[in-house]
Structures are given as structure tokens and as C-alpha cells.
Design a protein around this ligand. Structure first.
Ligand SMILES: [Ca+2]
Length: 606
């Protein structure tokens, strides 16, 4: 027993004597009667609280984390979820899930918490998403500091397990081989087969389990259920948020999804298109990052006035059609510096990067390109090595070719399309995360706020306009979609932030909507210390009223539009679509997780 236990009991008995609430949780019995809630350490010591002795839980710890300069004190519960086992769930024979879960709990009254509905708790849960290939337990303190129970997870693989081997096709100089779980290799078994169990844990099960555990553990710790269930994530976490809405829509009240990596099977590989083009047309060293930076600066400057305001920002980057040939050495608009102006071949490559991959036989768009003006686009650096976009290249190397030393340079521009198609065919059912069927989520009252920065340098934001049209089609039109799902494009913002695209702005709008019924007509971005801007609900657009400072959002109105600009949508027509999500949720529910039985069966039963 923890040394604080008797004190906690005394505190509770005093509260009960003073007419404090009786929570009715059927906890352990002490010498002086029922004890409704534990202290933190009890969660890992006493079977009465449901974690100790649960066969699905291993490596269990529960510790009080003291306050720091930036974080509030909280109870941190860590364990590994081994609830799923065997080939029926996609693992190797004899293998189980190994989803590391962290639940961060604002202190309950026993542990000295106050100010909330029980201790320091606001009664709500906020699950926190991952980035990239996950593999590290996402931090819970941003949730806890706001009074929320926070959950985090590594989504079922551990990125600190590495096994680097020399790469005969450098760069990169080394690659990871099984049993490494770092990067995309976590899904490759030591026998060279694909571990679809680990893929599904990464794709949706890991985050879903973390959220369910958050509900289970908070009920034990506070002796009462949660009032609201939220999910917040950026990048891969934004994709996870879409998976939660698509697969477990009735379980969530609200989701913030920033720069979401939906169409994961398409954007990830196609974002590296520029590397394949540069490799073929410019050779080993590819396109110099300094040249790419310069031409993007020229594009930004050229297109800045399109929106009527010269302010260093392009409101609608899709309207920018700047041609990189204007930046070819000797052209009037080019840099005088021979180190950064472009050759004709380089200009051709830059135009292809902005355009995106096209179908070989008819020239139609395969996937979207990068927005003009976006700096630091992944993979276009450094010239000395011509390193590929490792994200998309890894997917292809480990998951499609299942070969750690597969040479990405063997893929020609012409072959790119078939590589992309293969990838989508194999993995869109697992991780496309782009089902537009959000009926369950909408019916349950769920609300979703989604954002992109129009200068995103990691995921080309243009792909989400395609998802929005599919969502409008599926969910009954623009206004019926806006009833529960609102999309905001922040000008000048980059991946996961910048130019006033902050989690706070988005999450405050979400809770105001969920808890007070206030639909956000627009958001307000603090673009820089002296500039605010309205960010309108897609497809509405901001219009300057014609007087007053253009640095004050009050001088803009959101123009209501029945649809996005048809001419812009036509330019992206015919993008490659996946085959939709794998049928069924392929998961167990909260009761089975909580009671530690029922998980060891074959997929198809679910
Ligand atoms: Ca402008």
C-alpha cells in the first residue's frame, strides 16, 4: 500500500462526513468502510482498480509526477496493452499487440487535487495524436495542464528499437532492418512478410485503445465517468483523428485534426515525386535546396498581389501559376547569383514538383503537387546527397518491396505511377484514412475542426480539397457537412502551425461548438504580432471590406460560397482514389478490454 493511502482515506471520510459526494464506485474496503477512489499508486498495486491482474496489461506503473515550471502535478499511469494476439489480428503466430499506453490524470481529491469536478479533473478526456511513423508515446501534459485526462501511445511499435545496416544504394548511408521498429520498418517481419497487425495498430487500433484506457482508468481514479471525449492531433495525429471519426464515430464528442495525413498511401509517396524527377533529370545530386528556396521566394513575391493585398502572403496559393522558367539564369526575373538561379532543366523539375505526378498514358493528375511558395519541402535537400523524401520512400521500400536495401533510384518517372498504384492498392484499405462516411460520427453529435496551412511543407495541402468534395457528396452537401465538420485553410501557415494556426485556436473553437453549440463562422489567426486575419470556413473566402487596416481581421468579411472554385477543382480532377477502408473495425470494445477477455479470437468475429 502506498504511504498516502491512509491519509487519502481520512480525507475522504472527512469529506463524506461533511456531506461530500458519494460516488458509488465499488472499490476496495478498508477497516473504516468503503473507499471510493484510490490514490495514484494504488492503480498499480491493488487489483480492485482493474489494472493489476488484468491479463491484457503488462509493465504497469502509476506514479505521481510533481509539478514543474511548465506542467501541473499529475498521476501518470503507464503500461503495455497486450490484448490482441495471433494471426487473426494480423500478427505473427504467437505474437501479441504491444501498445504502450500512457494515461495522465489531473490529481484527484485523494492526491490533493482541487478546482475540478473531482480533484483537478474537468471531467473530460483528451487523447493526443502522434506524428510521422509514431513509435514514441505521445506527450499527455498538454491535456493534463488544461484539466483533461490525457492519453498517449506509441501505437504498438517502439521506434527506439533500431538495427541499422549499411545501404549499398546510399543515400541514406544506412537503412533499418528487422527487428528494428524505427521508421516504416516496424511493419516488416524478420521473415520478410508484412505485419498487418502492427499496421492496424499504427493506423487506428493503438489510438483507439489508448482512448478506451483513458476512459477506464479515469473512472477508477475519480470514481465517475467522463463527460466529454476529445481527440487532438497533427500530421499523422490528424490522420488518426479522421480514423477515430470514421471507425469509432459514436465514441467521440469532438476532434481537432491539424495538417492531417489522410490519403496516407498517396501523399506520402507522391510527396517524394520531386526526388524521382530530379534523380532522373538532374542526376545523383538532385535539386539544390538553396535554388528551390530562391524560386519559391520569387513565386511568393509574384503571386502575393493576386489577392489584392501586398502583404507577403498568398491567400489562395492554388491561384498562383508562376512558371519556374522565369527564374532561369539570365531571365529578367531571375536571381543574378549563379549559385541560385536555375538551369532550364532545373526549372523543368521545379515546375513538375509544383504540379505533382501525372498519369503516364493520358497526362492527367495522379496526385497533387506542392504549393508555390512552400519552403523546406521535405526531401529537396541537400544537393550534395540528393537524399529522397524518406517518408514516402520508406513506405515503398519496406511495405511494397519488403526490402531494406531496395534502391529508390531504380524507379523512373515513367514507373512512378505503377509504384504509386501498387502502394495504394495494397495499403489504402489500411491507412488511406479518407472514408467520407462520417454518418455515425454526425449522428452521435460529434464535431470536427480540421485545418491546413497553405504553405505546408510536409503534406501537400491540396489533397484535402479533394477529400472535402467527397465529404460534401457523401454527407449531403456543403451546409450539412458544415453542421459537424469544418475545414480552415490558414494562409502562410506551415505544417502543424505557424501564422496563427495553433492548437489553442482550433481546440477552443471545438469545445465552444461541442459544449455551447457555437458554430465557428470563422476563426481568427494571429498571423504575426501586428496582424490578425479571418480564416473562413471552407469553401467561404475572406474579402477585404476596402477600408481600414489590412492587418486587422475586423476589416474582412467571409464571403459565403456554395462551392469551391470549379476552375480550381477541375485542375485536380481524376486524382488516384483508394479502395476505401478495410471492412469492420478490427478491434475489441471497451468492456472486453476492461475485463481482460474476449480479445483472443480471429478477425471476422468483430
Ligand atoms: Ca497577398
Amino acid at each position: 500500500m502506498h504511504s498516502n493511502t491512509s491519509l487519502a482515506k481520512a480525507v475522504f471520510l472527512l469529506a463524506a462526513a461533511a456531506g461530500g459526494p458519494a460516488w458509488g464506485h465499488d472499490g476496495p474496503h478498508g477497516p473504516h468502510g468503503p473507499v471510493p477512489t484510490p490514490v495514484c499508486a494504488d492503480l498499480a498495486n491493488n487489483p480492485a482498480w482493474g489494472l493489476v491482474g488484468n491479463p491484457y496489461v503488462t509493465n504497469l506503473t502509476a506514479v505521481l509526477v510533481p509539478a514543474t515550471a511548465t506542467n501541473l502535478a499529475h498521476c501518470q499511469v503507464d503500461f503495455t496493452d497486450v490484448s490482441l494476439a495471433g494471426s487473426g489480428w494480423g500478427y505473427m503466430h504467437g505474437q501479441t499487440s504491444k501498445i504502450r499506453v500512457r494515461v495522465g490524470l489531473p490529481l484527484n481529491t485523494n492526491d490533493g487535487g482541487s478546482g475540478g469536478v473531482q480533484g483537478a479533473w474537468n471531467g473530460k478526456i483528451q487523447s493526443r495524436g502522434n506524428g510521422g511513423f509514431a513509435g514514441n508515446v505521445s506527450a499527455v501534459t498538454p491535456a493534463v495542464n488544461g484539466g483533461y485526462v490525457g492519453t498517449g501511445t506509441d501505437t504498438g511499435h517502439n521506434a527506439t528499437i533500431t538495427n541499422p545496416i549499411p545501404n549499398p544504394n546510399a543515400p541514406p548511408a544506412t537503412v533499418e532492418a528487422p527487428p528494428s521498429e524505427n521508421g516504416a520498418v516496424f511493419a516488416l517481419n524478420t521473415d520478410g512478410t508484412l505485419n498487418t497487425g502492427r499496421v492496424m495498430d499504427y493506423a487506428w487500433r493503438g489510438q483507439h485503445h489508448a482512448n478506451m484506457w483513458g476512459q477506464i482508468v479515469s473512472e477508477a481514479y475519480y470514481g465517475r465517468g467522463h463527460t466529454r471525449n476529445y481527440f487532438v492531433g497533427c500530421s499523422d495525429g490528424g490522420r488518426e483523428g479522421h480514423e477515430m471519426a470514421q471507425r469509432f464515430g459514436d465514441e467521440f464528442d469532438g476532434i481537432v485534426s491539424i495538417s492531417p495525413a489522410v490519403h496516407w498511401d498517396r501523399w506520402g509517396f507522391s510527396a517524394g515525386w520531386g526526388n524521382y524527377v530530379a534523380n532522373q533529370e538532374l542526376g545523383q545530386n538532385g535539386l539544390d535546396a538553396a535554388k528551390f528556396r530562391d524560386v519559391n521566394e520569387r513565386a511568393l513575391a509574384a503571386c502575393d498581389p493576386i489577392d489584392g493585398i501586398v502583404d507577403g502572403m498568398i491567400q489562395e496559393t492554388r491561384l498562383c501559376t508562376y512558371d519556374a522558367n522565369q527564374a532561369v539564369c539570365g531571365q529578367p526575373g531571375a536571381s543574378a547569383d549563379p549559385a541560385v538561379c536555375l538551369s532550364a532543366a532545373e526549372a523543368g523539375v521545379v515546375n513538375k514538383i509544383w504540379d505533382g505526378p501525372r498519369r503516364h498514358h493520358n497526362g492527367k493528375k495522379l496526385w497533387v503537387g506542392w504549393e508555390r511558395g512552400a519552403q523546406g519541402v521535405i526531401g529537396i535537400t541537400p544537393a550534395a546527397t540528393g537524399a529522397p523524401n524518406l517518408f514516402g520512400e520508406q513506405i515503398n521500400r519496406y511495405w511494397v518491396h519488403k526490402d531494406p536495401t531496395f534502391n529508390w533510384r531504380s524507379i523512373s518517372e515513367e514507373a512512378f505511377e505503377s509504384e504509386q498504384r501498387k502502394l495504394t492498392q495494397l495499403f489504402s484499405p489500411f491507412i488511406g484514412s479518407d472514408s467520407p462516411d462520417l454518418r455515425t460520427f454526425k449522428r452521435g453529435g460529434g464535431k470536427m475542426i480540421v485545418s491546413y496551412g497553405n504553405l505546408d511543407q510536409v503534406i501537400p495541402p491540396n489533397g484535402h480539397y479533394n477529400y472535402m468534395q467527397r465529404l460534401f457528396d457523401e454527407m449531403g452537401g456543403v451546409s450539412r457537412t458544415q453542421d459537424f465538420y469544418r475545414f480552415y485553410v490558414f494562409p502562410n501557415a506551415t505544417h502543424c502551425g505557424g501564422a496563427g494556426m495553433t492548437e489553442n485556436v482550433l481546440f477552443n473553437a471545438l469545445t465552444n461548438w461541442v459544449e455551447h453549440g457555437v458554430k465557428p463562422a470563422h476563426l481568427v489567426a494571429q498571423v504575426n504580432p501586428t496582424r490578425t486575419r479571418k480564416v473562413c470556413t471552407y469553401p467561404n473566402t475572406p474579402r477585404y471590406v476596402g477600408s481600414g487596416s489590412t492587418d486587422d481581421e475586423a476589416n474582412f468579411v467571409c464571403q459565403v460560397r456554395p462551392s469551391d472554385d470549379p476552375a480550381l477543382l477541375r485542375k485536380e480532377a481524376g486524382l488516384l482514389q483508394g479502395s476505401g477502408p478495410l471492412h469492420g473495425d478490427h478491434d475489441i470494445d471497451k468492456r472486453r478490454l476492461q475485463h481482460g477477455h474476449g480479445g483472443h479470437h480471429h478477425a471476422g468475429d468483430d
